[in-house]
Design a protein around this ligand. Structure first.
Ligand code: CMX
Ligand code: CO
Length: 146
């Protein structure tokens, strides 16, 4: 079950300048930064709010590390802006399988590693009314305690 907005992914040309815009304009601070070579991004996660299930909602600022990456290609075509949305779930495998059964293309056979050790997959934007959609299960530290 998809329970929250995990993040909104925003493509930018210069991560440091964009981070500074969000800090100076809104007061959002960087919670985490990393490079994900598989995805071809350098990214900053800005935490917006925490949620009652132990998760949180973020802005994910994304600078491409190479031109042929998903974000690099998208930036060249569209310029800076909102690149994808991500829904949080406790069960990315189960939700991806259920959504695939509804005829939506799931881009990965198995979820891959995303921000902060999360497990992620993507739904094809052409099957989602033009919105690249990510499903995220946070790493265990962010799961609710039982
Ligand atoms: N949102 C909406 N539509 C998009 C899109 C996006 N982010 N990216 C591509 N498209 C559209 C294109 O506009 C194009 O449409 P037209 O044919 O009408 O022009 C079509 O999809 C194909 O686009 P493309 O430029 O040829 O790109 P590819 O098919 O090579 O790749 C996609 C598209 C979705 C398969 C690829 O971007 C992908 O695998 N994305 C998932 C991985 C990702 O985005 N990683 C970065 C974020 C990492 C993270 O969140 O942690
Ligand atoms: Co994302």
């Amino acid at each position: 079950m998809l329970t929250r907005i995990d993040h909104i992914g925003i493509a930018c040309r210069n991560l440091d300048e964009t981070v500074e815009f969000y800090r100076a304009t809104y007061g959002f601070e960087v919670f985490h930064t990393e490079v994900n070579e598989e995805q071809g991004v350098r990214e900053a996660m800005l935490k917006i709010n925490e949620t009652s299930d132990g998760g949180a909602s973020y802005l994910q600022l994304l600078e491409p590390t190479r031109e042929d990456s998903a974000v690099g290609k998208w930036l060249a075509k569209n310029g800076e802006g909102v690149h994808h949305i991500a829904f949080g779930t406790a069960d990315v495998d189960g939700d991806a399988a259920a959504i695939k059964d509804k005829g939506v293309r799931v881009l990965y056979e198995e979820p891959r590693i995303g921000s902060m050790g999360s497990r992620i997959t993507f739904l094809h934007p052409k099957d989602c009314h033009g919105v690249l959609t990510e499903l995220v299960t946070s790493a265990p530290a962010e799961q609710p305690e039982h």
